[in-house]
Design a protein around this ligand. Structure first.
Ligand code: RIB
Ligand code: CA
Length: 310
């Protein structure tokens, strides 16, 4: 099987960390680099978290520091979900892995321009880095094979009734991406809320009893605690790995093409992904929206991803 070349742009974040784990050792994926953005926590913290996860899992993947602020709006972070460090729970040793000297935006640009147009960009945080790359050098647009993002919802938001965190935290960046003309696959809350990491799942993965399994348990134990406090759920939605699971096995998602606009003008609904599911506007589709997920297949992909580590 030919490996899918990807850049993973993320804001670790507990679920981002699992997405890194799943992507880095998958036989289906060639992880070219990890670019980090502010989101769940400030950039200094999300960068350390990405480096710690890579070092703990012995990943030889370059990590790049990206944008520390949204393009226009004031910064929004999520300590109530991810803690003060952005990755509360696991205990890591002394960090020696360092970020690459190149800025993440320039890494995205240089990698795409040098490619044969076969690189997929996956975002699991606010889309600031990707949007800045698109604005800085539009020549990358035809070089993007596909954009796969965790974000948005055609139903209810999680940070406001209208908006999901990744899009809300930088709606203007999302607007740049959704008007770029490139193929977008959107894994929104509509499907990620169907893969709740219930205690039975944590126990299932814990029985694998490896370093990676222990990291999964430590991450999800904290994540589930805050999700219970904030939303009252018995398990946290494992949002970000849905993007990677889709790349490993596209049949895990049921998609519908439609025209999606980002609301960047209103007060109450800023950051809303308005997905024209019923084709009311008769506009050409700019996105494939995930309507459903094969839950059993998803957890099998997660388990295989953990077992890919010794
Ligand atoms: O709304 C969920 C998304 O926001 C996830 O990517 C989570 O990590 C946060 O970035
Ligand atoms: Ca994230």
């Amino acid at each position: 099987m030919e490996k899918r070349k990807i850049i993973l742009d993320c804001d670790p974040g507990h679920d981002d960390a699992i997405a890194i784990m799943l992507a880095a050792n998958s036989p289906a994926i060639d992880l070219l680099g990890i670019t980090v953005v502010a989101g769940n926590q400030t950039l200094d913290k999300t960068l350390i978290n990405a480096l710690n996860v890579c070092q703990y899992l012995d990943l030889d993947v370059p990590v790049y520091k990206g944008c520390g602020q949204p393009m226009i709006r004031e910064q929004l972070i999520a300590p109530s979900i991810h803690g003060e460090s952005g990755l509360d729970g696991p205990q890591f040793g002394a960090l020696t892995k360092q970020a690459e000297p190149q800025h993440a935006v320039n890494f995205i640009i240089d990698t795409l321009l040098a490619s044969a147009g076969d690189v997929t960009v996956v975002t699991t945080g606010p889309m600031t880095n990707l949007a800045m790359a698109m604005r800085l050098n539009p020549d990358i647009l035809p070089k993007i094979h596909e954009l796969v993002l965790m974000g948005g919802t055609y139903q209810l938001g999680n940070m406001t009734p209208a908006a999901e965190f990744n899009v809300l935290a930088d709606g203007d960046a999302a607007h740049v991406v959704f008007t770029s003309g490139r193929k977008i696959t959107m894994a929104g809350l509509d499907v990620t809320r169907k893969v709740l990491c219930l205690p039975s799942i944590v126990e299932r993965m814990g029985r694998i009893d490896t370093k990676a399994a222990r990291l999964f348990v430590d991450l999800m134990t904290f994540f589930n605690k805050t999700q219970k406090e904030v939303f009252g759920w018995d398990g946290g939605p494992l949002h970000d790995p849905v993007t990677i699971a889709y790349l490993i096995d596209p049949t895990v998602l049921t998609l519908k093409e439609c025209f999606t606009q980002i609301d960047i003008r209103s007060e109450q609904s800023y950051g809303r992904t308005n997905c024209d599911i019923f084709d009311i506007f008769k506009q050409p589709p700019n996105s494939s929206i995930a309507l459903d997920i094969d839950i059993a297949k998803f957890w099998d992909i997660i388990e295989a991803g953990i077992r890919a580590y010794a």
